[in-house]
Ligand binder design. Structure first.
Ligand SMILES: [Zn+2]
Length: 116
């Protein structure tokens, strides 16, 4: 199985409720806890997270995704390259421990280069 990096956007038609400010979030998604544990084994636990334009406004990886929503309004195509790139960067920032960040950056770099 190599599905550990899967990020699923939950689309219910209703805006998700932000667990922090209880306002309307932009999207909710299931993201992995981490790409791999310290032994290098994939971690398949996942957790639901909400992107909130208010709470996440200053988060470095969330800001571009929030901007994307301001431009596009909604996710018409979850497989769109730009959306997926922003989504993966944001999901990584909320789910990956500091020890794993370097690996994630490398993986995103490979993804951008088309080698993943
Ligand atoms: Zn919020």
């Amino acid at each position: 199985m190599s599905g550990g990096r899967q990020v699923d956007v939950l689309t219910t038609g209703e805006p998700p409720t932000c667990p922090r400010c209880e306002g309307d979030g932009l999207l909710s998604a299931l993201v992995p806890y981490g790409w791999a544990n310290a032994a290098g084994d994939p971690v398949d636990g996942r957790t639901g997270v909400v992107l909130c334009a208010t709470c996440d406004a200053s988060a470095p990886h969330a800001a571009p995704l929030i901007t994307w929503f301001r431009v596009h309004g909604h996710v018409a195509d979850q497989r769109g390259k730009e959306f997926v790139r922003l989504l993966v960067a944001w999901a990584g920032s909320v789910s990956v421990s500091p020890l794993d960040e370097r690996t994630l950056d490398e993986e995103i770099g490979q993804w951008r280069n088309g080698s993943l």
